[in-house]
Write a protein that binds this ligand. Structure first.
Ligand SMILES: [Zn+2]
Length: 336
């Protein structure tokens, strides 16, 4: 064992002083282990059919529902900030029991994808959320038979939705309905349709979280009866979350996702150790709203907290992050 001249073991104080590496901003910056980049971030966009001008969302300050006509300007701005990906959420004019506006080739998401692709080519990665809740009258993520969410009928429809998004030009389809077998059904349908290059990002472990409330306000997707706990994950169960990740991987997912992010850093970390696949974390509307509300009251420094939260999500093991703070974070990174 090495000892210093006083006979003490040298791998401890006073020979070792961890503060040496914190003495200046330059040294701290040099040794920073986790760094955010705009290209880690995915900007969510809400596009509403039939809208004339952008519409504010009460519970999500600074986030808007956009008309199709406002999409190009928004994506242009996002690209200028160095962000390379968007995830599109559609708000259709018509809802029915079959969610037929979700797989309509002239639906709001399909038209949005075509518009962005036509304008920006492959400069931007287009991800689409694949779910039924915005498109059904009852607001559940799957189809309903006898007041129950019908898994097997739902996955067939989700596959149809994914194929329609891919045909419109989506690079990545992201099923968020938490139906068993949804990834497999989508992979098979994409392949059968010759869409073998379309990737799937699974909302693998999506928790039944109260933090989605502002999103439901934004996307008009609150369930008309019951709740989503028969399909979304019980958030107390880490082993079950890992089974969800495993089954998605077995079904052929290309990217796995943990949602929400900040209360679930342990799941991101466990997933990082369990797979070599890329991991996405979705920092959800409620996480955004909590920061915003505190900041608006002068109780938190929005820029500092946003940077801390997003850095922590990446440190836990996420490769990419969906966040309503994407644009703000990219602007903060540009200022450094
Ligand atoms: Zn849904």
């Amino acid at each position: 064992m090495k000892r210093n001249k006083r006979g003490r073991i040298s791998n401890a104080f006073p020979d070792v002083r961890l503060r040496r590496l914190r003495t200046s901003a330059a040294i701290r910056d040099l040794l920073q282990e986790t760094r955010l980049s705009p290209s880690d971030l995915i900007a969510p966009i809400f596009v509403q059919e039939g809208l004339k001008r952008p519409q504010k969302i009460g519970s999500m300050p600074d986030i808007q529902r956009l008309p199709l006509a406002g999409l190009v300007k928004e994506v242009e701005f996002i690209l200028k900030l160095g962000i390379k990906a968007v995830i599109l959420f559609g708000l259709p004019s018509n809802k029915d029991d079959q969610a037929s506006s979700a797989y309509d080739s002239k639906g709001i998401v399909q038209k949005s994808v075509e518009t962005v692709r036509k304008q920006f080519g492959d400069k931007i990665a287009i991800i689409t959320d694949v779910c039924l809740c915005q498109y059904t009258l009852h607001g559940h993520c799957g189809l309903v038979t006898n007041k129950k969410v019908d898994n097997d009928r739902s996955i067939a429809t989700l596959a149809q939705v994914a194929v329609s998004h891919a045909r419109a030009g989506a690079d990545i389809v992201a099923p968020s309905a938490m139906m068993d077998g949804q990834v497999q059904a989508i992979r098979e349908s994409l392949d059968d349709s010759g869409l073998t290059d379309t990737a799937i990002m699974g909302y693998s472990a999506k928790q039944a979280s109260p933090l989605y409330a502002p999103f439901r306000d934004a996307a008009h997707s609150t369930p008309g009866f019951g709740d989503r706990r028969t399909y979304q994950m019980p958030y107390a169960n880490a082993r079950e979350a890992m089974r969800e990740v495993e089954t998605d991987i077995e079904e052929g997912v290309d990217i796995v996702m943990i949602k929400p992010a900040i209360p679930y850093l342990d799941l991101i970390y466990k997933t990082r150790r369990a797979t070599k696949l890329p991991i996405c974390a979705y920092s959800v509307s409620g996480e955004y709203a909590l920061i915003k509300a505190a900041a608006l009251n002068g109780w938190a420094d929005e820029d500092a907290v946003t940077t801390e939260f997003l850095t922590s999500i990446k440190r836990a093991g996420a490769d990419i992050i969906i966040t309503y703070q994407a644009k703000k974070m990219a602007q903060l990174l540009a200022k450094r």
